[in-house]
Design a protein around this ligand. Structure first.
Ligand SMILES: Cc1cc2nc3c(=O)[nH]c(=O)nc-3n(C[C@H](O)[C@H](O)[C@H](O)COP(=O)(O)O)c2cc1C
Length: 146
C-alpha cells in the first residue's frame, strides 16, 4: 500500500509527527510526507492512503502551511471519491477552539467525497505528552483496521 502523510503546521510540531509516522512505517509500507503548502489539489489520488496531520492556530484557524491548500480545495472542488484518509490533529485544550483545524480539513475532505477511516486522533499540548507518542499507536491502529 502506498501511503502519504500530508501535514499542516505553524511551528513544526505536525511536521515532526509526520516524520515520526514515516519513520515508524517505512519498513512495511511505501510512504513519504509532504507539507500541504507544497501539494496541489490535483495530486490527491485514490491510489494512495492519506494520513493528514494538522494543528490549529489563531482562534480555531488552520495553521499557515495548510491555508493555501484548503483555499484551493474550496476553489477547485476536486472529486475525492475513492480517496481514503485518516486524520490526526494537534491542539491545546486551553482553547475553546480545541483542535478545530483538523476538524476543518476533515470536513473539507469528506464534503468532497473522501472517506474518513477511523476516529480522528488528537494531541492535546496541555497533557505534556509528546505528539509522536500519541500519534504512532493511533496510526498503527488505523492501518490494522484497514
Ligand atoms: C498563538 C497560538 C494559538 C493557538 N490556537 C489554538 C486553537 O485555537 N486551538 C487549539 O486547539 N490549539 C491552539 N494552539 C495550540 C497549537 O495547535 C499546538 O501548540 C500545536 O502543537 C502546534 O502545532 P504546530 O507546531 O504543528 O503548528 C495555539 C497555539 C498558539 C501558540
Amino acid at each position: 500500500m502506498n501511503i502519504k502523510v500530508i501535514y499542516g503546521t505553524e511551528t513544526g510540531n505536525a511536521e515532526m509527527v509526520a516524520d515520526d509516522i514515516v519513520e515508524a512505517l517505512s519498513a512495511d509500507f511505501t510512504i513519504d510526507s509532504s507539507d500541504m503548502s507544497k501539494l496541489s489539489t490535483s495530486d490527491i489520488s485514490p491510489d494512495i492512503f492519506y494520513f493528514v496531520v494538522c494543528s490549529t492556530y489563531g482562534d480555531g484557524e488552520l495553521p499557515n502551511s495548510a491555508k493555501p491548500f484548503f483555499d484551493n480545495l474550496e476553489r477547485d472542488k476536486p472529486n475525492l471519491q475513492g480517496v481514503k484518509f485518516a486524520i490526526f490533529g494537534l491542539g491545546d485544550s486551553f482553547y475553546s477552539t480545541y483542535n478545530k483545524g483538523s476538524e476543518i480539513i476533515a470536513n473539507a475532505f469528506s464534503s468532497l467525497g473522501a472517506i474518513q477511516v477511523g476516529e480522528r486522533g488528537l494531541h492535546d499540548a496541555t497533557t505534556g505528552d509528546l505528539p509522536g507518542d500519541v500519534a504512532l499507536p493511533w496510526a498503527k491502529q488505523i492501518l490494522s483496521a484497514l
